[in-house]
Design a protein around this ligand. Structure first.
Ligand code: G16
Length: 542
């Protein structure tokens, strides 16, 4: 029986950079999930009888929310919902299923790299029919819906068994429980050279992949240890756990410390890699060398033609604004277009759909291509493996040769996390006010060439996105960028991105801190960070 339940708006259900992300306790409040999911459906048109994809990263509250979404979807008239077995689907796998099965859209249950468990975070994201995150006009419509919602529709029915593969019925709707990995693995086989990578492992290549007790465990085990023949034990922390084993499933140098230490240790494997909570981010560390996400994007773009899926070459590269400009140099050398977009994968969607860009990436450890409309952690690792196999060189050799050819963009991101939101907003406002006066002045020993608040004009749909971060360009081609994170769940996070280009190969072996020292000091004084945030130092440096 379908029931109409009277409800009232709940404050703060505004989707951020990546869906609605809050503490688990908020999601557990009465009507919280129901209101948001009904508001998603209320913002859409024409889905009657259509297919929805549903799954999540396995974090605490995943299974319960799958059941709630199923009952609301059935009551709202969807024809079929594809659910990953056990409620598990990585973000890229949802994108893959939406595209392959011509679904109307998908719901992903994840707070990405944020911690899980009863005290941790939860999230709900909606993806549209191209497989990508909902564009801003959709998320704004969802938000508007949450502010006027007065009722939701839900089917009265017992829970669906989501652990057994196969079809079941829920009211008039079909529920298809699918293997979370199968379609995704089939797609990967069309893009990278599995035979070549198999030969690499047979020849003794050693790697470790840290799934961080999050969603990529089943994918990495099936593909690396299964299809590609890597030895058992290649995948660490390969079981998705509701609390990610108490860890923060963020593949950066702080939270993926174990894999980093392994790569720097005496018995380092040839490749160390990791992915995040929902499987869209990646970390690549070679023996003794961490590859920054910005460099990884540039190296993959320069070498993608070595993989069968990109043998024809790439049409263009897109990167988010704060991502280093290493990829720009590859694009210039290949005479292809480079696009600079606001932070958020959704901004790549139009460029990919229009065939303007083939490879995309972000400094926040996301890399992807036109195979999906999400960034894709396991894909990035597989493409690296393909490049390593084809070049017959180590990660460090490939990266050093890349720098020698294109120059090196030294890069660091400094995060001031959970600072007072008013202080952070005031800092950005003060910077914005000073922008017109900055060009032509000196900051320490450096001359400021240009300063602006990044605005993006989408070349495909003509839309404009304003106020996406303050950029200070120096005369020596260094750059400092300030922006506030769109994904935090407590206070505000100020991100400061610091970059310096170095053409001279004799200067490519510096420590990042040494190469950027003056800019780091400047980044703090220029924006008066200690005064506005009360912090003398960043909380995380990546
Ligand atoms: C999300 C988006 C990414 C974006 C990141 C930025 O990542 O999907 O495209 O780069 O947020 O986060 P912030 O606004 O905190 O800098 P994810 O992995 O959380 O989905």
């Amino acid at each position: 029986m379908i029931r109409e339940i009277a409800t009232r708006p709940i404050a703060g259900q505004r989707p951020g950079t990546s869906g609605l992300r809050k503490k688990v306790a908020e999601f557990q409040a009465p009507h919280y999930v129901e209101n948001f999911v009904q508001s998603i459906f209320d913002s859409l048109e024409g889905f009657a009888g259509q297919t929805l994809v549903l799954g999540g990263d396995g974090r605490y509250f995943n299974r319960e929310t799958v059941q709630t979404v199923l009952r609301i979807a059935a009551a709202n008239g969807f024809g079929r919902v594809l659910v990953g077995q056990g409620g598990i689907l990585s973000t890229p796998a949802v994108s893959c299923l939406i595209r392959k099965r011509h679904a109307f859209g998908g719901i992903i249950l994840s707070a990405s790299h944020n911690p899980g468990g009863p005290e941790g975070d939860f999230g709900i994201k909606y993806n549209v029919s191209n497989g990508g995150p909902a564009p801003e006009k959709v998320t704004e419509a969802i938000y508007a819906g949450t502010r006027r919602i007065a009722r939701y529709r839900i089917l009265d029915a017992p829970p669906v068994d989501i652990d057994r593969i196969g079809d079941v019925r829920l009211g008039n709707m079909a529920v298809e429980i699918v293997d979370p990995v199968a379609e995704y693995r089939a797609l990967m086989e069309t893009l990278v050279d599995f035979d070549r990578i198999r030969a690499l492992f047979r020849a003794g290549f050693r790697m470790r992949f840290d799934a961080m007790s999050a969603v990529t465990g089943p994918y990495a085990k099936a593909i690396l240890e299964g299809a590609l023949g890597a030895p058992a034990g290649t995948v660490m922390h390969g079981e998705p756990l509701p609390d990610f084993g108490g860890h923060h499933p963020d593949p950066n140098l702080v939270h993926a410390r174990q894999i980093y230490d392994l790569a720097m240790g005496p018995d380092a494997p040839d490749l160390c890699a990791a992915s995040d909570g929902d499987g869209d981010r990646n970390l690549i560390v070679g023996r003794g060398l961490f590859v920054t996400p910005s460099d990884s994007l540039a190296v993959l773009a320069a070498n993608a033609h070595l993989a069968p899926g990109y043998a024809q070459g790439i049409a263009g590269i897109a990167r988010s604004m704060p991502t280093s400009r290493a990829a720009d140099r590859v694009a210039a050398a290949k005479r292809i277009a480079i696009y600079e977009t606001p932070t958020g994968w959704k901004y790549f969607g139009n460029l990919l759909d229009a065939g303007l860009a083939t490879i995309c990436g972000e400094e926040s450890a996301g890399t992807g291509s036109n195979h999906l409309r999400e960034k894709d952690g396991v894909w990035a690792v597989l493409l690296w493996l393909n490049v390593l196999a084809a070049r017959g060189a180590s990660v460090a050799e490939i990266v050093r040769r890349h720098w020698a050819e294109y120059g090196r963009n030294y890069y660091a991101r400094h995060d001031y996390e959970e600072v007072d939101a008013d202080g952070a907003n005031a800092l950005v406002a003060a910077l914005r006010e000073r922008l017109p006066k900055l060009p032509g002045t000196r900051a320490g020993a450096l001359a400021i060439a240009e300063a602006d608040d990044f605005a993006y004009h989408d070349p495909v749909d003509g839309s404009d996105t304003l106020h996406q971060g303050v950029r200070i360009h120096f005369a020596d081609h260094s750059r400092i960028v300030y922006r506030l994170s769109g994904t935090g769940t407590a206070g505000a996070t100020l991100r400061v991105y610091i970059e310096r280009f170095e053409a001279d190969p004799a200067r490519h072996g510096l420590e990042t801190g040494q190469a950027l020292g003056d800019l780091i000091a400047l980044s703090r004084s220029l924006a008066d960070i200690p005064r506005f945030t009360g912090r003398a130092e960043p909380s995380t440096v990546t």
